[in-house]
Design a protein around this ligand. Structure first.
Ligand SMILES: *[C@@H]1O[C@H](CO)[C@@H](O)[C@H](O)[C@H]1NC(C)=O
Ligand SMILES: *[C@@H]1O[C@H](CO)[C@@H](O)[C@H](O)[C@H]1NC(C)=O
Ligand SMILES: *[C@@H]1O[C@H](CO)[C@@H](O)[C@H](O)[C@H]1NC(C)=O
Ligand SMILES: *[C@@H]1O[C@H](CO)[C@@H](O)[C@H](O)[C@H]1NC(C)=O
Length: 349
């Protein structure tokens, strides 16, 4: 008998194992509490969409921990039985048990710390109803004017002359066969681009998404004869985008969202399975954390977004908005960004 101190005979070995069982039970209890906290978090995260990845990892780690603790419990029971029956040497098993129990506790503490971070992210979320009411209200009240079919004067025909040329050129150069346009808004200028694309690339598929329900209903009616143009209500800050599209186009949108919602949208684009993102940005600084529905001149190349390596940068040459840019990113590059760090960066604005 050597190695583990405080185990002079098989009776005290049995007592030790009972202690271990008690510790295991306590660990199980902590695990249960952690799982419950996680359950509460996941209810809200389910609406958050882009935070799904973190939730999945957490669930896998907790399941691993649960299995480990079940193993521990079974081993402790087996050893207790053996020690009662015969005075065999259990020192190495006991040491292993103690070590496993210790690392389980550490892992659970780490999980709980991670949960705290997720909860903080959750608190940054705006409810879908609030965001939808904000943008539906803007259209209903013509808060951005009547130019551009309610989407703002930046969407009027004579302000989008160069924008239209630029988008057409990008679609053709990228050999894109399909595009998600989010948000599509009142479709004041996009039809002119799409009709030219279709002349060059028959069968081009277009999907216009917007959070404002009346806008989508109006577009469905206006473009009911366009078999390759589809429209759907979608909140890009928390609902996954449909798969099977080459290009995501997002113009005049992110500058109207709160910082965490912008990060959610970028994260969503990264998870979309598309090949490219064409996104509006400004040559401006610094970034701000606004109330969704307001406006700031967003610069995606600066913190907290720091998307500093676009594949292409083009000026839109928009009259009156000379610093307005269109950036091109490969989704595979965007997907390498740490969106949780970006979310935390929003708090620093
Ligand atoms: C929680 O967030 C902080 C930054 O605020 C970070 O340093 C820490 O590593 C995070 N913890 C976990 C467990 O993710
Ligand atoms: C833009 O269009 C509006 C009418 O839609 C017109 O009043 C205005 O003069 C135009 N501006 C330019 C620069 O062409
Ligand atoms: C845009 O304008 C057209 C023509 O005025 C109208 O039929 C359509 O409903 C409008 N769409 C939206 C989204 O307001
Ligand atoms: C749509 O198609 C219908 C017949 O399929 C036709 O009568 C109608 O004029 C078309 N509308 C437009 C705006 O092209």
């Amino acid at each position: 008998m050597d190695g583990v101190r405080g185990l002079p005979d098989s009776t005290s070995k049995g007592r030790w194992l009972l202690y271990l069982l008690a510790i295991t039970a306590a660990v199980l209890l902590i695990l249960l509490m952690a799982a419950q906290t996680k359950g509460a978090a996941s209810v809200t995260l389910r609406r958050a969409g882009p935070t799904f990845a973190a939730e999945g990892e957490l669930a896998a780690t907790l399941a691993q921990l649960a299995a480990q603790i079940e193993e521990l419990k079974a081993l402790a029971e087996k050893q207790l039985e053996a020690s009662v029956q015969q005075g065999q040497d259990l020192s190495s098993e006991l040491a292993a048990l103690q070590q496993a129990q210790q690392s389980s506790s550490q892992a659970i503490a780490a999980e709980l710390a991670a949960l705290k971070n997720l909860t903080m992210t959750r608190n940054q979320q705006e409810s879908l109803a609030h965001l939808q009411a904000t943008f539906e209200g803007i259209y209903a009240e013509h808060a951005w004017g009547t130019d551009g079919n309610g989407s703002g004067s930046g969407s009027s025909l004579n302000k989008t002359v160069h924008t239209r040329e630029l988008l057409l050129k990008r679609i053709i150069d990228l050999k894109a066969r399909s595009m998600i346009d989010v948000p599509c808004g009142g479709m004041a200028w996009m039809p002119l681009v799409l009709e030219q694309v279709e002349r060059k690339q028959p069968g081009f598929r277009y999907l216009g998404l917007d959070i404002a329900r009346p806008v989508i209903e109006a577009n469905k009616v206006t473009f009911r004869n366009k078999t390759n143009w589809k429209f759907d209500v979608k909140d890009m800050t928390r609902e996954r985008l449909p798969k099977g599209y080459d290009l995501i186009h997002c113009r005049d949108a992110l500058q109207h969202l709160s910082c965490p919602m912008i990060v959610n949208a970028l994260h969503n684009f990264a998870l979309s399975g598309a090949k490219y993102l064409l996104v509006g940005s400004y040559d401006a600084q610094p970034n701000q954390n606004i109330k969704s529905g307001d406006y700031f001149a967003i610069n995606l190349r600066l913190p907290p977004f720091s998307l500093s390596n676009p594949d292409a940068i083009a000026s839109e040459n928009t009259p009156g908005e000379e610093n307005k840019l269109q950036l091109l990113y490969r989704i595979s590059e965007l997907a390498k960004k740490d969106f949780d760090v970006m979310r935390l960066g929003c708090d620093a604005l």
